[in-house]
Design a protein around this ligand. Sequence first.
Ligand code: TNX
Length: 519
Amino acid sequence: MRLTRLAVALIVALPLVTATASAGPFPGPAMIALTGVLPAVAEATPAPGDDFRLTAQTVITASGDAMPVAGQLAAALRPATGFGLPVVTAAGTAAIALVLEPGHPDEGYRLDIRDARVELRASRPAGLFAGVQTLRQLLPPEIEADTPQRRRWVLPGGHIKDHPRYAYRGSMLDLARHFHEPAEVRAYIDQISRFKINYLHLHLSDDQGWRIQIDSWPRLTEVGGAPGTGVGGAGGGFLTKDDYRDLVRYAADRYITIVPEIDMPGHVNAAQVAYPELTCDGVAPKARTDMRVGYSSLCVGEEIAYRFAEDVIREVAEMTPGPYLHIGGDETFATAHGGYLAFQRRVLPLVGEHGKTAFGWHEIAQSPAAAGAVLQYWGKENSHPAVATAVAAGARLVLSPANRAYLDMRYDKLTPGGLDWAGSIEVRKAYDWNPGRLLHGVPEESVLGVEAPLWSETLRDLADIEFMAFPRLVAAAELGWSPRATHDWESFRARLGAYGPRWARQGVRFHRSPQIRWS
Ligand code: TNX
């Protein structure tokens, strides 16, 4: 579905906020424009004057598989409106109707706002959920309040047709360098799901710590998840299998799929501290909580490396309903090239044998076994011949160019925390690139999507995560979701500026980038 010139013009030209023809006792200074949404919608056709007013009489209608999403919508709108918003199976007017019907693109939806009635239609619940996120943003920022606000609640009249550009729109949290508690991960899931992110990659093991329970190798977490295993000797901790399954379910309720990563054959110091037999000389290395990378490697010539890899892959696959399992493969400066290839030749197919599609950092492109895998490109260059070759052989690509998409890079020299090896990344730099055209020799059809990773060497708590992720995560979300024809920095920065009060209301500690005029 292509965006018409007219729709693009509307998206770019329309003001974000229009004056309300205010009537009645409640203040209503401004109404959101149909095009004010993040990420940008594919097509919007405003119908000024056909606005829908949410009142104490409004009901939400749904049936069958649409019910849970209807419940989520009601739960999102009740606190600030103070309205009952019952979810019922049928009603005449004064309703927001959620309808499942065939014919809409995957994850896409159609939203029709008229003065008497709102209709949200999709083929699957994921599409309805995406539409609900749009609908929430079309109400004033006070909708984020957790207590009733005295004001009018008006949705702008008109029609939206929306669907994603890419199937994979992800973010990553690094639980290894600093452990993040499940509650923090859930808070992050809540935030990213608003921007139609549909994958969360969890980096669960690294040199400092091991963060996921593995029954066949219990010392991984007993030792590698102990207190003091965070960078600089901070924190520690790990996810039990129940914690992990709970997170998988929590994410799935928000139409986000977890992609677990166990990084091999490098980034394994914590595993080797727990199991010295995973080193070539059998001697336990020192536990390390510094920020260096590339010094550890499994002993890829020994059978035990493969027993370890298969046990871990099997147990992680068993508790992961999603299609992908990420096996890292990055920065293996301590693994000989031949050994790396030998390792990948055996381990990449293991992922498939346990029912998952292998995912790896782009270094795995060196292995012919990566042809059926997803490669995550984290380089800074616009050309990578080995990646292009693997893609030609069938691999698909998720783009996380470090100088654009890395959320752990500082915004500028004044950013407290963050790294800078890939440069400073202010919002415009995070936004102004094209995933379909990033790598020479890689056709757009081979691009599965975009992911914005957040490494946590310097990030300890949720406040740090929020500060680095927001607003840049939204740039990645828009690159992943919105049609290229909507790409427009001035439009994006205006919509972002208007979103600030929503984050403020929710207590999200976002970076007030000087590139944005925050309202
Ligand atoms: C590189 S990018 C890494 C990580 C670091 C990160 C810090 C990649 C696949 N590996 O080990 O945490 O830089 O930005």
